[in-house]
Ligand binder design. Structure first.
Ligand code: UDH
Ligand code: NGS
Length: 287
């Protein structure tokens, strides 16, 4: 990767725009999770190119998009280490002006993936003028760097061919795993629902919001869109939500009042690591 002037450096308005197709992509990547890896290994590996908070921008050209990568998180440090090890070099080669935001749910209440992603959107925009938001599970690593972490004319689903599904899209409307929405697209659907507690359905709810707002799901082809998922057991406090099927019948009537415009939370701490910005939040389950 090229050296970065960093987000606090000159915005590089005088630079030419980066090429539409980044020139130094590698195509298919070797990805291996069995290796013992520490955050310090990752810092040594990619640190020289980063600014505090997991920020990067190319120096030789002006990035096409300013991308906040948002990871809903709780207690998956080993996965995060692998994710950072593989994703930083990919995002650099893709010549993005980007930052990585890990949104950490405080406490041991029921997990709320979608609400954490809404919080990531709001908190990232407080820091920088991002125009694209990539939402990624911590356990999904692309195995082809031609799968660009950018936004398109329509909301984009990136994790289309995951090894655990034998590299096949499980159903046509799926929007889970890794997805990308521009700021305008995200605002148009009022963000994600805040009311999916526990596992399942929140991504399908977003998929419905997208279609109710007359947008489509854009995807890479199933070769470019290949992913490896880090194998794991079900986490505690994230059991399947028994209400998720019923809730999906209510997306249309709820989406204008359940989302970004009803989001409530408290930031407990914002910690800047070289590799990421770690935002610990109270998601206020009882309010
Ligand atoms: N997540 C956390 N911590 C948690 C729960 C979820 O960080 O305690 C985040 C993480 O980014 C994860 C994402 O939310 O990638 C999605 O949650 P998940 O990994 O639980 O969802 P997935 O569908 O797995 O991948 C469901 C349980 C599968 C059990 C399979 C046993 N073989
Ligand atoms: C569907 C879930 C989605 C989930 C998808 C893949 O059934 O939230 O499976 O899940 N929808 C409902 O439960 C309504 S996975 O196998 O990756 O864990 O994303």
């Amino acid at each position: 990767p090229e050296e970065s002037a960093g987000p606090t450096g000159r915005p590089g308005k005088s630079l030419d725009p980066c090429a539409d197709v980044p020139p130094n992509l590698q195509g298919v990547l070797q990805v291996e999770f069995r290796t013992n890896r520490t955050l310090q290994d990752v810092r040594n590996h990619v640190g020289p190119f980063l600014q505090q908070g997991g920020r990067y921008r190319p120096t030789s050209c002006r990035a096409k998009q300013k991308v906040a990568v948002i990871i809903p998180f709780r207690n998956r440090y080993e996965h995060l280490t692998h994710w950072l090890y593989y994703l930083h070099p990919v995002l650099m080669r893709q010549q993005l002006d980007y930052g990585v935001y890990v949104i950490n749910q405080d406490g041991d209440g029921v997990f709320n993936r979608a609400k954490l992603m809404n919080i990531g959107f709001v908190e990232a925009l407080k820091e920088y003028d991002y125009d694209c938001f990539v939402f990624s599970d911590v356990d999904l690593v692309p195995i082809d760097d031609r799968n660009l972490y950018r936004c398109s004319d329509h909301p984009r689903h990136l994790s289309v061919a995951v090894d655990k599904f034998n590299f096949i899209l499980p159903y046509a409307t799926i929007f889970g795993g890794v997805s990308a929405l521009s700021e305008q697209q995200f605002l148009k659907v009022n963000g994600f629902s805040n009311t999916f507690w526990g596992w399942g359905g929140e991504d399908d709810d977003m998929s419905q919001r997208i279609s109710y707002r007359r947008m489509f799901i854009s995807r890479p082809d199933s070769v470019t869109g290949r992913y490896k998922m880090i194998k794991h057991k079900r986490d505690s406090h994230n059991d399947p939500n028994p209400r998720r099927i019923q809730k999906l019948r209510e997306t249309y009537s709820n989406m204008d009042k359940d989302g970004l415009n009803s989001l409530n939370y408290t930031v407990r701490e914002i910690r800047k690591d070289l590799l990421y910005t770690f935002v610990t939040v109270d998601v206020q389950a009882d309010v």
